[in-house]
Design a protein around this ligand. Structure first.
Ligand code: ZN
Length: 946
């Protein structure tokens, strides 16, 4: 500690450089003084950003907005930011602005392009060049060399994705001005050799909410220990922090805009700006690395990161590090659009305060050691300002651009080379293609998965006739992903299992994202090169399967083959009575499994069935009389989705999924739960996964901050969407918990997912299930990477893996559409014991719990047929998980509680698991009635105590 302090002091003495304008720039009068005043220590600024260059033609941020960027106590919203960007473009032929999308709430997503005059004039030609280089099948190596001579790397910066990371917008606005107005040689070189794209506010809905929040709740507060919640409860319409995990699925407008931009410009680098670590981490992971990323990329991003570390360290800025932040195995973040498409995805974590105020900050001990990847560590305590944060971001960005300008031809050549490598791998290595048969029980779900591939610009074809291959015969209509294509590596990554090394470092996020596993489908590899000679038709968009209605008679049958669209279909047919078979039956030659639908003759039914079949890709069979099979009515439930103000993030994915399927629900805030009378308003209370401890789930945000309105007012015009509140503090409280208990006891059905299950099992709504271990939610260690890491250290962990399960009750409605042995996607959650008839709660020397009661066990972890536990990803300590409950269905009073020990609604990815939740919603009355009554006698169970 003492020694490190000495290192720190001496480094200060050695490295500080004078803050002078870079010749031939003249500083805008007052800018040097203003920047120095806003910077808390002369080491926290570089000569590059210690002044603002003077210009007689181009308005500086200060001239246009009245202050320097990163001034304490101020934040720019979208209107002013975009007005300035447009003013810059109007004043300079070196800048153009583009609208690349619109947010869910209708705000523009604006991007600046900056280069020298020739570059801006030539943007279309430069874009055409990168597009040509992206596809080596149409651009020979010789043609590529000619293109490289006259093309440029395109470097894209993405700011303000996470809205409480408030600094990057202003850093990028000042960078835009500096790149436009400065005449110093380094900037000229960047302008002449690079096209710089800047998206200053990638999540504009969140930015404006955050700006309102800052002025309403944070302005003027500098004591970090006394700060209230630092962020509004919502940024985007749906998810919150998790918006940066959207790259595979592209559900948010922010993600869609960045993906559209990517495929129009083919930027060589996509650089995401975050603010979570001191003082600047230029990230590239620590491994294990994903083998499906071209190895050139790993060398490239390390090289860029080391350049930044070197450049900032040489200018005397402490605390700059690399080789960290995640493992670079998963590529599911926003910058991953580049990693997955032969470009470079990268990012910073700088030391954001969240607020724009200056605060005294402690740096964790672990970040203050001198390491090979952190040559000058941060001091243990810093006084940190918004300008300090900006100085690091902008200086780092300039270093990266400088390196890109110097190595521009090599970087563009590597971009081409990676596309070439990917294509050639598909030509020279097996597999040659992956085949996805259409008939896998649910053509609509197959189409959804194909849509995800097409959305990633992976080329997908359709067989025009039957195909004979070494691996077997495939009918006409089979989807074919030929791997001799530039995005072959990404196709392989998405369509084959992940194998995370068991001896690897703790992973940062999901270790499996294999789409066939997420969708419960098969993609079959072929090593048969004759697939390249088969007649195929290229898809130009997601396929839209339409169902058929065949047969004759007034009764309609729908065979349950696991279709995901049954929930949407139920609401599509909301006006009609539907019966669901509780046992298998036969009709003619067709076998109908339990879960199949029976619709007796009803006025208007035929037309409704025709449109349901057409829209949702479902097949119906008409018969003369209803089959003789035990069945139950499937009335549409009135669904209530409880969204605690303390964590709206993961439940956002549920709201998204229900909205997409046009399934109506009541949004329940904490105060709506507290009011009670729930049974009169809803039938099913759905409580999703939350990153909250039990006490936080009940007590919510601390009442010491009360009242904390989140309402649209003149002062806070961006508040109040997608829900509003007079006071977001206080949670449901014990009064609300009692209301939930009344709801269940009065005959309601509660469903809990992921860590939401803690409320049911540990909050006492359901008795006699003991938590044994594991699954620390992120919030317990203070949120973010540190707490995520804490949960990743548990003895038993499945950090986002596809793992095997077994149904204990084959005829339970939740099992409809699934085989008895299947798999689900699981992140890290608590481990629960098998329910008992009672638990002894008092102290005892040999604690005696009641006998096991397996009647509530619907699904258990592990495959009782003995298949390996992991389908894709990795698991640790699974021997302690296997045999424990994966889904419980427990009677409470007149109602039931269904508890998932995983999250079937994970980021709209595990669509093959969603049907488990849909089954609960479709069969809510049968579940409450305990139908059907049979319970399978179970197999081995783990010991009650560990
Ligand atoms: Zn972030």
């Amino acid at each position: 500690m003492v020694r490190l302090t000495i290192v720190w002091i001496s480094s200060l003495a050695l490295f500080v450089l004078p803050a002078v304008a870079q010749s031939p720039d003249l500083p805008e009068p007052g800018s040097v003084e203003a920047i120095a005043a806003a910077t808390t220590d002369p080491h926290f600024v570089s000569p590059w950003v210690s002044y603002v260059p003077q210009s007689s033609t181009v308005p500086s941020p200060e001239k246009f907005l009245g202050r320097i960027m990163g001034a304490p106590g101020e934040l720019l919203g979208t209107q002013k930011t975009y007005a300035y960007a447009r003013a810059l473009a109007a004043a300079s032929p070196r800048v153009r602005v583009f609208t690349i999308g619109h947010s869910e709430e209708g705000r523009e997503i604006l991007m600046l392009a900056i280069a020298d005059e020739a570059g801006i004039r030539d943007l279309d030609r430069l874009k055409a060049a990168t597009a040509a280089l992206a596809d080596p099948r149409r651009t020979s190596a010789a043609a590529a060399e000619r293109l490289i001579e006259t093309s440029r790397p395109i470097y894209y910066f993405n700011a303000a994705l996470h809205s409480d990371e408030t600094g990057s917008t202003e850093a990028m606005i000042e960078l835009a001005y500096r790149l436009t107005a400065s005449e110093q040689p380094m900037i000229q070189r960047i302008r002449e050799n690079v096209v710089v794209l800047i998206n200053p506010i990638s999540n504009p809905d969140g930015r404006d909410k955050m700006v309102d929040w800052f002025y309403r709740y944070l302005k003027g507060k500098t004591d970090r220990t006394a700060l209230p919640r630092q962020s509004p409860p919502y940024w985007s319409k749906y998810t919150f922090v998790d918006i940066n995990r959207d790259t595979h699925q592209q559900t948010h407008e922010t993600t869609k805009a960045v993906h559209r931009m990517f495929h129009e410009w083919h930027p060589t680098v996509v650089h995401d700006l975050h603010e979570g670590l001191p003082l600047m981490m230029t990230w590239n992971g620590t491994g294990p690395y994903n083998p499906n990323i071209d190895p050139i990329t790993y060398a490239e991003f390390l090289e860029l990161s080391f350049h930044e570390v070197q450049a900032l360290t040489a200018m005397g800025m402490p605390g700059v590090s690399t080789w960290n932040f995640g493992e670079a195995f998963a590529h599911l973040y926003l910058d991953s659009v580049a990693m997955n498409h032969n470009s470079i995805g990268r990012g910073y974590e700088t030391f954001g305060n969240g607020s724009a105020e200056t605060e005294r900050r402690s740096v964790p001990q672990s970040d203050t050691t001198m390491e090979w990847y952190r040559p000058v560590p941060s001091p243990r305590e810093v006084t940190w300002s918004a300008r300090d944060n900006l100085n690091y971001q902008e200086t780092g960005a300039l270093a990266a651009l400088d390196e890109t300008a110097r190595r521009s031809k090599e970087m563009v050549r590597n971009f081409y080379r990676k596309a070439w490598d990917s294509w050639q791998k598909g030509l020279t290595q097996p597999p040659c293609a992956l085949l996805i048969p259409e008939d896998q029980g649910d053509p609509a779900r197959v189409a959804q998965m194909i849509g995800r591939l097409v959305g990633q610009r992976i080329e997908v074809d359709r067989a025009q006739s039957a195909i004979q291959l070494k691996e077997g015969n495939f009918p006409a209509g089979t989807y074919v992903v030929r791997l001799d294509q530039p995005y072959r590596n990404y196709a392989v990554d998405l369509l084959t299992p992940q194998h995370y090394p068991k001896d690897g470092e703790a992973p940062y996020d999901d270790v499996s994202w294999e789409l066939p596993a997420h969708y419960h489908l098969q993609a079959i590899p072929t090593a048969d090169a004759s697939i390249r000679n088969v007649a195929l038709l290229r898809l130009t968009g997601p396929p839209r399967p339409t169902g058929r209605v065949i047969g004759a008679g007034p009764t309609y049958l729908l065979k349950d083959t696991g279709q995901e669209s049954l929930l949407a279909a139920r609401y599509h047919l909301a006006d009609f009575e539907i019966q669901i078979a509780e046992r298998d039956f036969e009709e003619g030659d067709t076998k109908f499994p339990a879960g199949s639908w029976i619709l007796a003759s009803q006025a208007g039914l035929h037309e409704a069935i025709l449109s349901t079949a057409a829209e949702l890709g479902l097949d119906f069979i008409q018969v003369s009389t209803p089959p003789d099979v035990p069945c139950h009515k499937a009335k549409t439930p009135r669904i209530g989705v409880w969204v605690p103000w303390a964590d709206t993030d993961s439940i956002g994915w549920i709201r998204y999924s229900l909205d997409q399927r046009k399934v109506p629900y009541t949004y329940l805030r904490d105060e709506d739960i507290r009011v009670g009378n729930l049974r009169a308003r809803i039938d099913v209370l759905l409580y999703g996964h939350v990153d909250l401890e039990l006490a936080e789930q009940i007590e919510g945000l601390p009442k010491i901050w009360s009242p904390m309105p989140f309402k649209k007012t003149a002062e806070t015009p961006s508040f109040g969407t997608p829900a509003e509140s007079d006071d977001i503090t206080g949670g449901i409280g014990y009064e609300g918990l009692a209301q939930i208990q009344h709801f269940i006891e009065d005959g309601g059905l509660m469903v809990t997912l992921g860590s939401g299950t803690m409320l049911a099992l540990e909050g006492g709504l359901v008795r006699f299930v003991r938590r044994s271990s594991g699954g620390v939610p992120r919030s317990t260690a203070g949120g973010g990477a540190a707490s995520s890491a804490a949960s990743q250290q548990a003895a038993t962990r499945t950090p986002g893996a596809h793992v095997r399960v077994t149904f204990d009750r084959a005829y339970h409605p939740i099992a409809y559409g699934y085989p008895a042995h299947t798999y689900v996607f699981r992140q890290n959650f608590p481990l629960y014991n098998i329910p008992r008839q009672w638990l002894r709660m008092a102290y005892c020397t040999t604690c005696l719990d009641g006998p096991e009661d397996r009647s509530g066990m619907v699904m258990e972890w592990g495959d009782t047929d003995g298949k390996p536990f992991v389908e894709s990803g990795q698991a640790w300590g699974e021997e302690n998980l296997i045999g424990r409950p994966a889904i419980l269905d427990m009677p409470v009073g007149k109602g039931h509680v269904v508890c998932f020990n995983f999250n079937p609604m994970h980021r709209d990815l595990n669509r093959g698991d969603q049907r488990l939740l849909w089954n609960v919603l479709l069969n809510w009355q049968a579940i409450i009635a305990g139908q059907p009554k049979s319970a399978r006698v179970s197999s081995s169970a783990p010991a009650p105590e560990e």
